[in-house]
Design a protein around this ligand. Structure first.
Ligand code: T46
Length: 136
């Protein structure tokens, strides 16, 4: 699906544990301006339900697991994130829904820009209208 990809991040794994590396431009396709984490999500909770008009992000599941439903207005797919060295890239105009959080899940997100509520699309019908224009 366009504007989505799984990045297998460089990592060094040995009997001391696993060290994963994400350098701007070298490992992820944008300059990282913001990092945030999502933790302590109740297992029955769902998050997301929005798209971004401009933001690029990489989602890394540091521990536990979760599922992410992706929708570009034309096709959908669901990704299981459960490895600390796998980054799910989500670019602009992709609707995402996050669910099935295991109880110990820690999600880290690398973002290409500062938080700006104005570039969130939180209404699905508005998202569909904007996304469908991409196919005209
Ligand atoms: C995304 C998914 C993967 C801030 O004030 N600053 C921030 O940097 C962020 C990310 C959020 N917020 C505020 C906005 C809301 O009042 O924190 C509150 C919860 O955010 P939201 O409901 O958007 O959380 P999620 O888990 O639905 O979505 C988040 C990101 O917002 C979003 O960009 O792609 O994680």
């Amino acid at each position: 699906m366009y504007n989505t990809a799984i990045y297998r991040l460089r990592h060094i794994e040995n009997d001391k544990g696993c060290l994963t590396i994400a350098e701007s431009k070298n490992d992820v396709p944008f300059d990282i301006k913001r990092v945030y984490t999502i933790t302590n999500v109740p297992t029955e909770e769902k998050r997301g339900f929005h798209a971004h008009s401009r933001l690029h992000q990489i989602l890394i599941c540091l521990s536990g697991s979760l599922k992410i439903f992706l929708d570009n207005g034309n096709e959908t797919k669901t990704i299981l994130l459960d490895k600390p060295y796998e980054g799910l890239y989500i670019g602009p105009m992709i609707w995402r829904e996050m669910y099935d959080f295991e109880s110990n899940t820690a999600l880290m997100v690398l973002a290409s820009d500062y938080y700006n509520e104005d570039e969130y699309i939180r209404d699905y019908d508005e998202f569909l209208k904007k996304a469908n224009k991409l196919y005209l």
